[in-house]
Design a protein around this ligand. Structure first.
Ligand code: THU
Length: 136
C-alpha cells in the first residue's frame, strides 16, 4: 500500500509532465507517472498524430518507457488530465496494457488536479483479468 505522501508526489509528477503532452488536435493533455518497485518514477504524456488513430495515450507511453528502462512491475500509477473538469480514467486499451504489468492491488489515481481525484486499483479497473492464467 502506498502512503498518501507518495501518492501525492506521484500525482504531482503526472501533473507537471502533462504540460509536455503533444495534443494539438484534441487540446486534451494527459500526464502519467508510474511508481516502480524500487520507488523510482517514470513519466509519459499523450502524443497525438494528424492520422488520429496513431495517437498513443500517456499511460502507454509511460509504461513502454519504463519497460525500455528495465522496469516491468509497477506499484502505482497517477494520471493527470489538467484540461478536464472531472477525473478521466484510463481508456480500455490502456487498462489492458496496465494489467500486463500491474497486479490487481496496484493503486491507480486519476484526476484533473489535487483536489478532485479518484483513487482506485488495477483490479477494479480491469476485473476478471486472465493474465495470471495465461502467463506460465
Ligand atoms: N488520452 C490519454 O492519454 N489517456 C487517457 O486515459 C485518455 C485519453 C489522450 C488521447 C488523446 O490524445 C487525448 O487524450 C484525447 O482523447
Amino acid at each position: 500500500m502506498i502512503n498518501k505522501e507518495q501518492m501525492d508526489k506521484l500525482f504531482n509528477e503526472a501533473s507537471q509532465i502533462a504540460h509536455k503532452a503533444y495534443a494539438p488536435y484534441s487540446n486534451f493533455r494527459v500526464g502519467a507517472a508510474l511508481l516502480n518497485e524500487d520507488n523510482s518514477i517514470i513519466t509519459g504524456v499523450n502524443v497525438e498524430n494528424r492520422s488520429f488513430g496513431l495517437t498513443v495515450c500517456a499511460e502507454r507511453n509511460a509504461i513502454f518507457s519504463a519497460v525500455t528502462k528495465g522496469n516491468s512491475r509497477f506499484k502505482a500509477i497517477a494520471i493527470c488530465t489538467p484540461d478536464s473538469a472531472e477525473p478521466v480514467g484510463p481508456c480500455g486499451a490502456c487498462r489492458q496494457v496496465m494489467g500486463e504489468f500491474m497486479p490487481a492491488e496496484a493503486q491507480v489515481i486519476f484526476g484533473a488536479n489535487c483536489s478532485k481525484q479518484v483513487n482506485t486499483t488495477m483490479g477494479e479497473l480491469l476485473p476478471f483479468d486472465s493474465l495470471h492464467e495465461l502467463r506460465k
